[in-house]
Design a protein around this ligand. Sequence first.
Ligand code: BYC
Length: 337
Amino acid sequence: MVRVYGNDFAPQDAEPARPAAPAEIEPGLEDFWRIVGADGRIEPRDAMPEDYRRSLVRQIAQHAHSEIIGMQPEGNWIGRAPSLRRKAILMAKVQDEAGHGLYLYAAAETLGVDRADLLDLLHSGRQKYSSIFNYPTLTWADIGAIGWLVDGAAIVNQVPLCRCSYGPYARAMIRVCKEESFHQRQGFEALNTLSHGTPEQRAMAQDAVDRWWWPSLMMFGPHDAESTHSEKSMAWGVKRFSNDDLRQRFVDMTVPQSEALGLTLPDPDLRWNEERGHYDFGEIDFTELFEVIKGNGPCNKQRMAHRRGAHEDGAWAREAATAYAEKQAARKEGSAA
Ligand code: BYC
């Protein structure tokens, strides 16, 4: 079992049956399907279907982009954190997100792509990043709500990815999940302080939860029936659970936590269903998700402009690192001669 601290989740306990391998296996891919069928790991030099490789590049790049764009809404509050302690914690968290981006770009590169090209695809709008980072962080309580809800949703989505069939992605996710779990707890703790504080602080915490709840549910993607990649991704052992199953898991885990916080989740249809053994919840506005994905969310333009600017401003650091690496390589060559 993959153990993360906080929202422990043993995904294999209830993993659904995997769609079968194709009836006719392409010559040369017998080992791929044998390894996937036996729950083993595919490594970079192993033969793999071209659409498996392409789909992984798409998902891992999108995930990496989400991590680095995800630094923006939280970075917005580093200079305005209410205490030195909160500021130090937030800085460490935002730095962790940059690290997650790096692990993920490195994992994508094992599939034969270059991170510079992936960044170009992001900057030109040809690759996506998570919808959630297109919402603004209006008050300090948003930092708590992001930690609790957004990182909470990320953990539920990502713990099963620690068991995904592609070795470098699965291994990167183990460390990411441990750190996300820590982030989720810091968000809960920050929000707990506010929800048990003055009436104004409590109102601020409730307002943040009201704004972040539905976008957090959208992070899991469209309903299963509308999910274009799920079927193949599950047959390949990349996705282990469907979008709707993970979303349900998140709701079930979060409702008791909201009760501990003394905050209300903004859904009048949310109630325990004894028969199903799960919480029922209201309809998600998927029109909003698709509009945000298309670039029409409240902060898409701002996020992309900032990202492109940061990339241009960082050119000198990339040039310096390349020059240093070349110098080191030349020195090594010189001493070997
Ligand atoms: N936002 O067939 P589907 C984090 C797209 S990082 C934008 O179900 P799939 C964190 C989807 O790409 C959070 N697009 O896709 C960081 C596809 O479009 P394309 C990111 C979305 O891949 C810092 C189309 O809709 N987490 O949490 O099977 C601080 C159809 O969807 C979204 C990851 O990236 C969305 N929400 O499933 C704090 C995890 N949902 O590509 C926290 C890894 C769907 O065909 N990724 N789309 O044009 C995954 O698990 C899966 O890729 C998803 C989607 C569940 C997101």
